[in-house]
Design a protein around this ligand. Structure first.
Ligand code: NAP
Length: 479
C-alpha cells in the first residue's frame, strides 16, 4: 500500500487535484479508511483531456509493433506483481484474495490479447463492381477516449478498455469508480513503467463524476466514450454524448436468467449456479439473478444449492479460507436486505442465509430463496449480492417467455443435456451471451456484451478493437 500512487496521473506526471481536494478510500471489511486519494474537479479533468488531445497525433502514428510491445510488457509486469495487485484489490473492494488473484490474471490477459491484435489491424484494396474504381480502405484510431469503469472488477474493467484503446492508437482519460481508485492508479504506474508515452493514459480519480465527465462529453474533443456501469447512468451518458456525437460503447447492467431443465445434469447445474451466482459475491453484471428451475427438479436443486451456499465461509477477503468477502458498502448491502425482505414478504422460503450478521464491515451471508413470487422486486432489479432466487416453470415456451420478460439482455445460462434443446433455447434467449452447462462466460478472447438495455458494442474478442477504430475509405479511379 505504501508505494501505491494516490495522486492524479496527467501527462505522465503524478499531481494533486488543482484545489487540493482528497477523498477517502474505505476498506469494506472494516468500514475504515485505508488512505486518501486526489479528488479531481473539472479543472483537473480539462488538464487530463488536454494531455490526451496533445498526445493523440503522435500516438496514432506510433508503429503497431511498438504499441503491441508496451501492452505485452505491461501484461508481464502485472503477472509478476499478482500478489501485490491482488492485496490492493481486496483491500479496496473486499473480494477474497483467491478471487482477486483470479481477476489479476483475467485483467492481464486483456493486455496480452490486445498486444496480439495491435499488429493485425487490416485494411484493403478492392476493385469496385464497375471494374474501374478502386476502394482503398484503412483503419485509424477514433481519437481521445473517455473510459469510465465500475468498482466491481477494478482491474479487469480497466484493462478491457485500455488494452484495445492502446492497440488501436487512441489516447485516454480514465475515470475509475471512487470506491476502487487504487487498482487503476497502480495500473497507470505499470503502463508508464512498460513504456507508455506521457499523455496517452491519464487517470482522474474523483467523487464528482458528473462535474468531471459531462464537460468532456459535451466539449467535442473527446471522440469516444467507453462506459461500464449501471443502465441508468449509461442512459444519462448516452444523452450527454449525443450533443457532440461522441461514439459510445456501453457495458451496462444485467438480469441474467439461469434455466435448469428437467433433463439437466444437476451436479453440473449446481456447480454452474455457484459460479454464476457467487463469482465476486454476486456483485457481477453476469450474476445469475433469476433461477428458473423445472418443477420436477426444483426441490432437489434448491436443497443442493442451499447446502453448497451454506458451507461457504464469510469473512474479510484477506483471511485464509474465506470464500465470501464483504459487499462493497452499506448502501449495496441495504439494497440486498430490502430485496430479500420484499421476497420473503411475498411468500419466498429462506432455504439458507437471509440474516445480516452483527458487527463491522458490509457482510451478507450466501442466501437461497425458494418459491419466489414472480412479482418480487428482485425479479426486475440487479440483486448485486449473494442471493439466489428460485422460481419454478413447467415448459420450454413458458420459461423462454419469462426469461426474456426484462429490459436487460446481457447473459443467460442454460442447463440441459439435450443438444437440440440447448441450441433452440439459446437462439431464442434475448441475450448477448449464453453459458451452456456452465456458469462462466467471461473470456478475453470472446466478445463480451449485451443486447436491449444491457448495452451497445462488445469488449474483448476479435471485435473488441473495432470499438476504437474508424474506417477511412479512399476513392481511387483507375483509367
Ligand atoms: P454506476 O453507479 O453506474 O457507476 C459506474 C461508473 O460510472 C462509476 O465510475 C461512477 O462513478 C460513474 N458515474 C456515475 N454517474 C456518473 C455521471 N453522471 N457521469 C459520469 N460518470 C458517472 O455502477 P456501479 O455501481 O459502479 O457498478 C455496478 C453496475 O455496473 C451494475 O449495474 C453492473 O451490472 C454494471 N456492470 C456491467 C458490466 C458489463 O460489462 N456489462 C461489468 C461490470 C459492471 P460514481 O460512483 O462516482 O458515480
Amino acid at each position: 500500500m505504501t508505494d501505491t500512487p494516490t495522486q492524479l496521473f496527467i501527462g505522465g506526471a503524478w499531481v494533486d487535484a488543482a484545489d487540493g481536494a482528497t477523498m477517502p478510500v474505505d476498506d469494506p471489511a472494516t468500514g475504515e479508511a485505508l488512505c486518501h486519494v486526489a479528488d479531481a474537479g473539472m479543472k483537473d479533468a480539462k488538464l487530463a483531456e488536454e494531455a490526451a488531445v496533445q498526445a493523440q497525433e503522435a500516438w496514432a502514428r506510433t508503429a503497431p509493433r511498438v504499441r503491441s510491445e508496451i501492452l505485452r510488457r505491461a501484461y508481464e509486469i502485472i503477472l509478476e506483481r499478482t500478489d501485490e495487485l491482488a492485496h490492493l484489490m481486496t483491500a479496496e473492494m473486499g473480494k477474497p484474495l483467491a478471487e482477486a488473484r483470479g481477476e489479476v490474471a483475467y485483467a492481464a490477459e486483456f493486455f496480452r490479447w490486445f498486444s496480439e491484435e495491435a499488429v493485425r489491424i487490416d485494411g484493403g484494396l478492392t476493385t469496385l463492381p464497375d471494374g474501374r474504381n478502386r476502394m482503398l480502405l484503412s483503419r485509424r484510431p477514433v481519437g481521445p477516449c473517455l473510459l469510465i469503469t465500475p468498482w466491481n472488477f477494478p482491474l479487469a474493467m480497466g484493462t478491457r478498455k485500455i488494452g484495445p484503446a492502446v492497440a488501436a492508437g487512441c489516447t485516454m482519460v480514465l475515470k475509475p469508480a471512487p470506491q476502487t481508485p487504487l487498482s487503476s492508479l497502480a495500473l497507470a504506474a505499470i503502463l508508464k513503467e512498460a513504456g507508455l508515452p506521457d499523455g496517452v493514459l491519464n487517470v482522474v480519480t474523483t467523487s464528482r463524476a458528473g462535474e468531471v465527465c459531462e464537460p468532456l462529453l459535451r466539449g467535442g474533443r473527446i471522440r469516444k466514450l467507453s462506459f461500464t456501469g449501471s443502465t441508468a447512468v449509461g442512459q444519462l451518458l448516452l444523452a450527454q454524448s449525443a450533443e457532440a456525437v461522441v461514439r459510445t460503447s456501453m457495458e451496462l447492467g444485467g438480469n441474467a436468467p439461469f434455466v435448469v431443465f428437467e433433463d439437466a445434469d444437476l451436479d453440473k447445474a449446481v456447480d454452474g449456479a455457484m459460479v454464476a451466482k457467487m463469482r465476486n459475491m454476486g456483485e457481477a453484471c453476469t450474476a445469475a439473478n433469476r433461477f428458473f428451475v423445472h418443477r420436477s427438479v426444483a426441490q432437489e436443486f434448491g436443497r443442493r444449492l442451499a447446502e453448497r451456499m451454506g458451507a461457504l465461509v464469510v469473512g474479510p477477503g484477506t483471511r485464509d479460507g474465506v470464500d465470501v468477502g464483504p459487499l462493497i458498502d452499506r448502501r449495496g448491502r441495504a439494497k440486498v436486505e430490502e430485496l430479500v425482505a420484499d421476497a420473503v414478504e411475498r411468500g419466498a422460503q429462506v432455504l439458507v442465509g437471509g440474516r445480516t450478521p452483527e458487527g463491522p464491515g458490509c457482510f451478507y451471508p450466501p442466501t437461497v430463496l425458494a418459491d419466489v413470487d414472480p412479482g418480487s422486486r428482485l425479479m426486475d432489479t440487479e440483486i448485486f449480492g449473494p442471493v439466489a432466487a428460485i422460481l419454478t416453470f413447467d415448459d420450454e415456451d413458458e420459461v423462454i417467455r419469462r426469461a426474456n420478460d426484462t429490459p436487460w439482455g446481457l447473459v443467460g445460462y442454460v442447463f440441459t443435456e439435450g443438444l437440440d434443446r440447448a441450441l433452440r433455447v439459446s437462439e431464442r434467449l434475448e441475450v448477448g451471451m449464453v453459458g451452456l452447462n456452465t456458469g462462466l462466460v467471461s473470456n478475453p478472447a470472446a466478445p463480451f456484451g449485451g443486447v436491449k438495455q444491457s448495452g451497445l458494442g462488445r469488449e474483448g474478442g476479435r471485435v473488441g478493437i473495432d470499438e476504437f477504430l474508424e474506417y477511412q475509405y479512399l476513392a481511387v479511379p483507375v483509367s
